[in-house]
Design a protein around this ligand. Structure first.
Ligand code: GAP
Length: 445
């Protein structure tokens, strides 16, 4: 086998983006939304393999953040939300981009992105900049008017702040503790693009971790490491990841410290996730706007305080894109080029493919038994079409870590052939040992 390549040496970065985008479409990961109507700009539908991979990304996050910890609980808050939340959070006033129109071709641009020259017609004449709020505004109920205004949330975070007291009392938690949520967020981005990197509808995975103020700095550092290591464990190479701490003068109004975890996207390092020390900004803002007490009373010391918040805020769809880009590889097998996704087995949309070597009933019967046994534990595919070589290539291309072939010898020896995606090595293994072998391989991956 030739040395595998992630295309760094042989191709331009755009090749990688194009190859992954086209693979996503061809193999049922991600489709342009409303394609039969010509497509709806910058919105995407996740196909059969894409929805499964995205679920896997979210499940790995949920396991690491909620399931394996006793200091974090989950939440699923409403997407539709009243203006009061966004007034208190500052989004109504400050969640804006400055927009200008080109006076010659009438194209509309973000002022901070164009260096004074229209990218379309090269004119330098623009209208005065206007503030454009990125929130999607809609109306709740049949009657229009101020009382009916609702917003699609632009982040999941505010749900954790508005439910702080509910969670504190119902779950008997005390700081340090966190509330975690995965869900859709919406931003009317002026410049969406780079495939699913920046879209108007996307999924976030956010944790708000409430701590005593004096411990905030230590927890901030802790969460930067935890989150960085999560990406590493799931297969992003260390040299393609970096931590980028914002200079104090560049911090958002609410932030006492922000470190972006960045990935080497084909156009350069860009944000995967932001980890912020938000101080007591959010709880204080909602307490004063709502009149509710959003504090913690520490009985041990008889003191009342507003916890500080450490927020690791990640994008699920953006993380999935990074995992796809990092895993795309081309190598040579038997003199032929093959493309594969070296996905971590826990992220792969198909984990085991069962491939009977013949459509004869005496082969299909044990193959289906193997399928039924493995389906309880793994995401499986069953494929009887075309030559075995072609079936292996198809599975490699979508990142299936293991293929199991059932052949005529199986009838005699009760063994199957197990093939590894990355090495293409094959071993013969007893059906009775297959499940535990794969479970161990999965755990050790
Ligand atoms: N609560 C803080 C917050 O929302 P953010 O940096 O605006 O922070 C967090 O968003 C993460 O959400 C980003 O790092 C990114 O992964 C993802 N994200 C934000 N806007 C996005 C968009 N338009 N499309 C896809 N992902 C987006």
């Amino acid at each position: 086998m030739a040395t595998p390549s992630n295309l760094d040496e042989r191709s331009t970065p755009n090749d990688l983006l194009e190859k992954v985008t086209s693979l996503c479409k061809r193999r049922g990961f991600i489709f342009q939304s409303a394609e039969i109507y010509g497509g709806f700009r910058s919105t995407y539908d996740y196909g059969p393999l894409g929805v499964q991979m995205l679920r896997n990304v979210k499940e790995q996050w949920w396991k690491a953040i909620v399931q394996r910890r006793d200091d974090v609980v989950g939440l699923d808050a409403a997407i539709l939300s009243p203006p009061a939340i966004w007034a208190a959070s500052g989004h109504l006033e400050t969640f804006t981009d400055p927009l200008v129109d080109c006076r010659k071709c009438n194209e509309r641009w973000r002022e901070d992105k164009i260096n004074g020259v229209c990218p379309n017609c090269k004119s330098t004449e623009f209208t005065e900049p206007r503030a454009f709020n990125l929130m999607f505004k809609t109306q709740a109920g049949p009657v229009e008017g101020d009382g009916a205004t609702a917003y699609l949330r632009p982040e999941t975070a505010q749900g954790m702040f508005t439910n702080f007291a509910n969670v504190l009392t119902t779950m008997r938690k005390k700081p340090p503790f966190g509330i975690a949520q995965i869900g859709k967020s919406f931003r009317n981005e002026i410049t969406p693009g780079n495939f699913v990197f920046r879209t108007r509808e996307f999924e976030q995975m956010e944790l708000e971790f409430f701590v005593p103020p004096e411990d905030a700095e230590q927890w901030y550092r802790y969460w930067i490491e935890e989150r960085f290591n999560w990406y590493l464990r799931l297969g992003l190479p260390e040299e393609k990841l970096r931590k980028n701490e914002a200079a104090p003068e560049d911090l958002a109004h609410y932030s006492k410290g922000t470190t972006d975890i960045e990935f080497a996207f084909p156009w350069g390092f860009d944000e995967l996730e932001g980890v912020a020390n938000r101080g007591d900004y959010d709880l204080t803002a909602h307490a004063s706007a709502s009149g509710e007490k959003l504090e913690y009373f520490d009985q041990a010391t008889s003191t009342r305080y507003t916890p500080y918040v450490i927020e690791p805020a990640a994008g699920a769809t953006r993380a999935m894109m990074a995992f796809l880009l990092a895993s795309y590889t081309e190598d040579e097998v038997g003199g032929e080029t093959r493309s594969l996704l070296r996905l971590h087995p826990k992220l792969a949309p198909i984990q085991v493919a069962i491939l009977p070597l013949s459509k004869k009933p005496e082969i299909e019967a044990p193959a289906r038994e193997v399928l039924a046994m493995l389906q309880e534990h793994f995401l499986c595919d069953y494929d009887v079409t075309q030559s075995i070589g072609k079936r292996y290539r198809r599975q490699d291309e979508v990142g299936t870590p293991w293929c199991v072939t059932v052949d005529f010898d199986t009838l005699e020896d009760h063994c199957v052939t197990l093939r590894d995606r990355d090495t293409t090595m094959q071993i013969r293994i007893a059906i009775s040992e297959l499940r535990s072998y794969l479970l161990t391989a999965m755990e050790n991956a």
